[in-house]
Structures are given as structure tokens and as C-alpha cells.
Design a protein around this ligand. Structure first.
Ligand code: GLN
Length: 343
């Protein structure tokens, strides 16, 4: 457990980091997303332009927050992590692999492309794959399935408040042509079975669950802690399949920028078009970032740049050497090394 002095230092560093990343890199800013409206150009953005929060939640139960950490926003694609987690808990590995792969697609998340060789979507982190994992969630009916998905989200976040926002859900449902087309094509190809509209609604409902950035960080810390919430002590999912989940997040979580992310940040993560990024530093902490300005891949511009810096400064890349690791105390944070800036 950190001493109060270390605690204050981390808070101060996080605030500095927040300030430094507040001026957004306009060259990388490509679009914003709003449910019902779709994508719109940065020139049309209003207050959402300034929205930015970054939070860290450690596996020993410390939470550090900076910026708009209490502003709720839709999980969107970050929910794919939890649908996959439930599918992993509900089915043997082979049964899941028969329906959805673990290869990065190299295509945009909403591309209507499949792994032709194996006749399945490329991975659970793109829309086509998430439709399959949503289909794999067990439950007597759609209501019960949604309750189970909410149950996992709440256990990971350590709060019973999480809900699908009905306005967001209705707007998503009205503008779901592309996902609807994907799902019907998949049923025609035998990759999905059953009621497409019901499945689509379940998928969009989980995308519409609102979280705050602080909650996102806690969700990340639960995944970093072998699926046991470090703040409540509650086990959110069986421990056994966490490796499967984190491996797929590592290789596929950041859409078609997953390779660059692995190279530059080097930890499992998932982003959503709502502007959230959930990053997991196994055995150490969860990172939550929220900022709605998106790059050409659909990832939060500030989110990517702030995570890159945190990873770099604290030596978080999973392939970093032990002596680069400032979290476990092997190395001082870069701030305390001569010639380096904070964090
Ligand atoms: N609801 C969005 C969709 O299915 C989520 C996509 C995302 O966050 N990338 O298209």
C-alpha cells in the first residue's frame, strides 16, 4: 500500500499528465461519434471537444482520478470485452473457437468481412465477432442474458448502478443498419442462428451501458487482478479464462490500430467510439481514459497519447525489462530520473 506521500505524488503526476494532454493533437483528430447522429467532423464539435478524464485503479485498491472522471458515457465497443468474458465462462474453449476466431482482422471494426478459411468472424473485438459472443451468452431469454451481462459489468466496476441508457439504446437501434446487415448476412451464412432483431437489440443494449472514467479504471483493475475486483473483493468471473480474454484484447482490442498500440503501449486494451479506452496492466492496475475526439481508426486521440505516455514513463509494456518497471518499485518513475519530465 502506498504511503499518503506517495499517494499525493501520484495524484499530482496524474493531474500534470491530464493538463499536458488537454491540448489535443488536431492533426490526428478525425471525427466524433454520437448515438443516432453517427460520425461528425471535428468542426461541428461543441463541449465534447474539452471532455477528458484519466484514471488509474491499482490492484491494491487505490483509485487516482483527473479531469471529467464522473461524467457518464456509453461503453460502446468496450462492452465487447465483457460479452466475450461471459462467453468464455459459459462455454468450452473449442466451442467458442468454432464460432469466433482470435486473429486481428486488419479491417475496421464494422467491416462486413469474415475469416473465410474458418467460416467465422475474425475475433470477438469487431462487431461481427461481438454479435457471436453475445449470441453465446447463456440465459433463458434476452432479458436474462442482459441481466447477466450487467451483472459482470457491475461486479467488475464494483457498483450496482450501471444500466443501459434507454435514450442511447433507442438511438443506436434506429441507426443500426450496418450491424443489422452484418447480422442478417451472418445468419444467411450459418454463423448466427435465431432471432436477429433480438440479438441485435441485446448487442446494442450492452453498447449503451453508461460508465464513468473512474468506473472504467476499476473495471480494468478487476481484469488486471485475475477478475477479482480489488475494491470489493468480489470475483467477477472465473479466473481460468482471463488469459484468453487479455490475449485477444492485446492483439485485437484497438481495431485496426491494434498492432501500433501493442508496439507503442504494449498492454491489453479496448476502445469504444464513445471515447473510452480501458487498458489492463496485468498484476498491476487498470487505466481508464475518456475523451470523445477520435482518430481515423475510431480510437480516442487523447486516450491513445496519454496511455502511450503512462506506459512509457512507468515501464508498463508487458515486454519491458524488470528494471524499467516503476510500479513494482524496481525503477524510480521517469519523473525522478534526471532529465525526464513527470510521469
Ligand atoms: N455501437 C457501435 C457499433 O456497433 C459500437 C462500435 C464501437 O464502439 N466501435 O457500431
Amino acid at each position: 500500500m502506498p504511503t499518503p506521500e506517495i499517494d499525493r505524488q501520484i495524484t499530482r503526476r496524474l493531474e500534470e499528465l491530464y493538463e499536458r494532454h488537454l491540448p489535443v493533437d488536431e492533426r490526428r483528430l478525425d471525427r466524433y461519434y454520437e448515438s443516432g447522429r453517427g460520425y461528425y467532423p471535428p468542426a461541428e464539435a461543441g463541449r465534447e471537444r474539452e471532455r477528458f478524464a484519466v484514471c488509474l485503479a491499482t490492484v491494491d485498491g487505490m483509485l487516482y482520478r483527473a479531469g471529467d472522471h464522473a461524467v457518464p458515457f456509453p461503453l460502446q465497443s468496450i462492452s465487447k470485452v465483457f460479452a466475450y468474458a461471459l462467453a468464455l465462462a459459459d462455454h468450452p474453449r473449442d466451442a467458442i473457437l468454432a464460432r469466433v476466431g482470435v486473429e486481428p482482422s486488419g479491417d475496421a471494426f464494422n467491416s462486413i468481412v469474415f475469416d473465410e478459411r474458418h467460416h467465422r468472424p475474425h475475433n470477438p473485438m469487431v462487431n461481427a465477432g461481438a454479435l457471436v459472443t453475445t449470441d453465446l451468452v447463456r440465459g433463458a431469454d434476452a432479458g436474462r442474458k442482459m441481466e447477466r451481462i450487467l451483472g459482470v459489468l457491475r461486479a467488475c466496476a464494483g457498483t450496482d448502478d450501471l444500466e443501459a441508457d434507454s435514450g442511447t439504446f433507442e438511438r443506436e437501434l434506429r441507426t443500426a443498419d450496418r450491424n443489422r446487415a452484418t447480422a442478417y448476412l451472418m445468419r444467411a451464412e450459418g454463423m448466427l442462428h435465431g432471432d436477429v432483431e433480438e440479438l441485435l437489440a441485446l448487442y446494442l443494449r450492452q453498447c449503451s451501458v453508461h460508465v464513468t472514467c473512474a468506473q472504467l479504471a476499476v473495471m480494468g483493475s478487476t481484469l488486471a487482478n485475475g477478475c477479482c475486483n480489488p475494491f470489493t473483493g468480489q470475483r467477477a468471473l472465473p479466473r481460468g479464462r482471463i488469459r484468453d480474454l487479455l490475449s485477444v484484447m492485446y492483439t485485437c482490442g484497438m481495431y485496426d490500430a491494434a498492432g501500433a498500440w501493442a508496439y507503442e503501449v504494449g498492454v491489453p486494451a479496448k476502445s469504444g467510439v464513445g471515447g473510452g479506452i480501458l487498458a489492463v496492466v496485468p498484476g498491476k492496475m487498470g487505466i481508464g481514459v475518456y475523451s470523445p475526439g477520435l482518430d481515423a481508426y475510431g480510437n480516442s486521440v487523447r486516450g491513445v497519447s496519454v496511455c502511450r505516455e503512462i506506459s512509457d514513463r512507468l515501464g508498463l509494456n508487458v515486454f519491458a525489462a524488470e528494471d524499467e518497471d516503476a510500479i513494482l518499485g524496481h525503477a524510480p518513475p521517469a519523473a525522478e530520473r534526471p532529465g525526464e519530465t513527470a510521469f
